[in-house]
Design a protein around this ligand. Sequence first.
Ligand SMILES: Nc1ncnc2c1ncn2[C@@H]1O[C@H](COP(=O)(O)OP(=O)(O)OP(=O)(O)O)[C@@H](O)[C@H]1O
Ligand SMILES: [Mg+2]
Length: 374
Amino acid sequence: MLRRRGARGNGRVILQSLSIENYRNIEAARFEPGHELTVICGKNGQGKTNLLEAVWMLTGGRSFRGAKDAELIREGAEYAVLEGNAEGNGRESRIRIFVGGPPGGRKARGARVNGVDHGRAGNIAGIFAAVVFDPGHLSLIKGGPDGRRRFLDTALCQLYPGYVTLLRQYTRLVTQKNALLKQYPQARDAERLLDVFDEKLCECGAEVSRRRREYIERLEPEATGTYRDIAGGGEALALRFEPSCRDAAELARVLAESRRRDLAAGFCTAGPHREDFSIFIDGREAKRFASQGQQRSAVLSLKLAEAAGAKQVTGDHPVMLLDDVLSELDETRQAYLLNRMAHRQTIVTACDANLFGRTAGKICRMEGGNLMDS
Ligand SMILES: Nc1ncnc2c1ncn2[C@@H]1O[C@H](COP(=O)(O)OP(=O)(O)OP(=O)(O)O)[C@@H](O)[C@H]1O
Ligand SMILES: [Mg+2]
């Protein structure tokens, strides 16, 4: 069984401060969010999402916009450094993330926590827990299965450090098997080598699938309850996981049955790397029928459920990072969301801070990459 990360926390994760150097359009900034709501406001293209993304980088050195190193480092600079002070899992952590490096030096994204080198930034997943909503996540509803798998895997990686290793191992095996399928479909010993791969794939693949299934089971009641509340009780959300297998024995059968197809295609056509889940609103598939506001509400419900699930496992509610969250939501839905965010550290971006006028949040302004208290 995978161990959950760290000691039990005392209620919520808190980002105390974040120092930013040469990240995107931010040359230098120090961000000290409030312990509840913080609104980052500013006109389009000023760096609001960049700041939110910098906070998210502390979760493991990845961007929620899938950017390459060169895009994250400020134009003309050689590397970017982020240093955050956070509380969570019953301890304080000083997290330093590097992107890029001086010529000849180590280039990969690296991380240090409390002065200790952790190597790749991905290795620190779970130390600082956050959940992000960005308008790009609307593709969870309308987009392809890879985005939905990423949603499950990102959450699982934050919750269980062992899942990172498991998933890496599975992904590596699939890549290697794909190379074999592409290069040696006619080779005499290809079949035997493929059998060896399948044996290894079954063990870790079935475990990946099991963790995802358990996660969806945990997520669903919370997501459906949240959706009911966001929508004022009028609509019902449902999730349906489409697993590749129930266990390792079934995965072995699935892989054996797909062998001929795999050889013809030149890649693995079946297995957990092709899994998906469907989202329904009032019994109709959201992918095809949901309106803009319904899609947004469904994604928000998944994200809020993700955060609630993390609290159940770790004892701490993750920091909520909500990019441009209120647009397209009607007033009832906006009010519900703001109310739901109370007593959790939540950082939101908005062009118009007046939307948050009645909340007691801290307001910061972003202008051309310069961050100011308002
Ligand atoms: N590596 C980089 N170096 C310099 N500037 C960058 C870099 N990457 C992005 N930018 C700049 O950052 C700006 C976009 O910032 P961001 O996406 O945070 O805007 P925003 O305030 O969220 O705007 P909106 O309200 O439209 O969402 C763009 O002007 C872009 O050119
Ligand atoms: Mg933005």
